[in-house]
Ligand binder design. Structure first.
Ligand SMILES: [Zn+2]
Length: 241
């Protein structure tokens, strides 16, 4: 069993207020808004803990919130949901208490965690969304990228990722075309059951699913998630990486 109270404690230590989105299976699900320093920011969504047995995503989100993001707030606003599936996080299960894989449930209206995420999204249109995951079978890192204009930045993700760890040589086999080494396209055949394809269809220009190998140490997995996020933010704000 993992301790969700530790997550709550780290969130309550932040300089920014945390907001309760709802309570599911007796666990609170939180969101955090990082308020931009300009009137017309690009909106970014960062999510972790969709699959409860993938703790590096939650850790990456917490480390993002615990660092100083002031320079980024000149370009961006951030909506952050650190842990979408607290029950799974505590019990180390991919699914919810009800046996639901939340990441296959975005076309349904009767899953509490999905309803909570949709409430947080509201009518917002995002420039970027990133959902942090892990892969138990992978030996290296990979990610999925979806982009409405199809101007993918995949090769730059591959370069940035290699500075932190090796890329997975295996095709993840999700029917997703390769865009670059270790980078696969969010496939239209997935429909909108998963969060990333749902966001790409309804809420976001650009989506990323970041997948770290569970065999790596937690710190390296979290570091790679944040490297991918920072690479995307650099490119969107016009900075070279
Ligand atoms: Zn996952």
């Amino acid at each position: 069993m993992r301790n969700y109270a530790e997550i709550t404690k780290r969130l309550k230590h932040l300089d920014v207020p945390i907001e309760l989105l709802g309570t599911v299976h007796d666990y609170p699900i939180y969101q955090i808004h990082l308020v931009p320093l300009i009137d017309t920011p690009k909106h970014v969504l960062i999510t972790g803990g969709m699959h409860g047995d993938e703790p590096a995503g939650v850790e990456a989100v917490l480390q993002f919130l615990e660092r100083d993001n002031t320079p980024l707030l000149k370009n961006f606003s951030f909506l952050v949901i650190p842990c979408i599936n607290p029950y799974g996080y505590v019990h180390n299960t991919r699914e919810t208490l009800d046996g639901i894989d939340i990441n296959r449930a975005f076309e349904t209206d009767n899953v509490a965690e999905v309803a909570i995420v949709k409430k947080a999204l509201g009518q917002t249109q995002f420039s970027l969304t990133i959902d942090f995951h892990e892969d138990y079978d992978a030996t290296g890192f990979y990610l999925y990228e979806g982009k409405r204009d199809e101007k993918y930045i995949g090769p730059r993700f591959a370069t940035a990722a290699k500075a932190v760890g090796t890329l997975d040589p295996e095709d993840p086999g999700e029917d997703a075309p390769g865009l670059a080494e270790g980078v696969y396209k969010v496939a239209t055949s997935w429909g909108t059951e998963g969060l990333a394809p749902y966001l790409l269809h309804f809420h976001s220009e650009h989506v990323i699913i970041s997948e770290t190998p569970t065999v790596w140490q937690l710190e390296q997995r979290a570091a790679l998630h944040l490297t991918i996020l920072d690479t995307a933010l650099d490119i969107i704000s016009g900075k070279e990486v």
